[in-house]
Design a protein around this ligand. Structure first.
Ligand code: ATP
Length: 133
């Protein structure tokens, strides 16, 4: 069965590399499943999990936006930030979630950038989901 070379790269370094059967990413337009020999494309990513499927196993990676570049033999995720489940600090994500929720739900929005708080909330929820919490 053909495989595709998948990698997840952040400004801090490479978070994942492997040959997989399928990559599933969350683009700004929705979920995209990428099989080997997919047509080339570049798409912006939403905050979400990237799923690397090989046989019956699946690795999830928390991706906080960026781009996916697809070539027939290679899928590269260029992420603003990305973590594997074992690298996620659950307490930190929970604190970020609480902080962001307070900002999003504040009665007085003076001095609060609500879009930024929502994005922080999405990142925190995504990390907790990928960590299985
Ligand atoms: P925080 O408010 O906790 O900093 P954030 O969503 O603002 O969260 P980012 O700006 O997305 O953080 O990421 C900054 C760096 O910190 C990245 O390298 C990212 O991988 C890392 N990071 C952020 N949150 C966590 C976490 N809960 N566990 C592990 N690494 C994290």
């Amino acid at each position: 069965m053909p495989t595709v070379q998948a990698s997840v790269v952040t400004p801090d370094g490479t978070v994942y590399e492997g040959d997989v059967d399928m990559v599933v990413v969350r683009t700004v337009e929705g979920e995209l499943g990428i099989l080997p020999n997919h047509i080339p494309l570049v798409s912006p990513l939403a905050i979400g999990a990237a799923r690397m499927k090989k046989g019956s196993s699946e690795d999830s990676i928390a991706v906080s936006g960026g781009f996916v570049e697809v070539r027939p033999d290679k899928v590269t995720i260029l992420a603003e930030a990305a973590e594997r489940p074992s690298d996620i600090d659950v307490d930190r994500a929970q604190q970020a979630k609480d902080r962001a929720e307070q900002r999003v739900n504040a009665k007085n929005h003076d001095g609060i950038n609500t879009a930024r708080a929502r994005a922080a909330l999405d990142r925190a929820i995504n990390r907790l989901n990928v960590a299985g919490k």
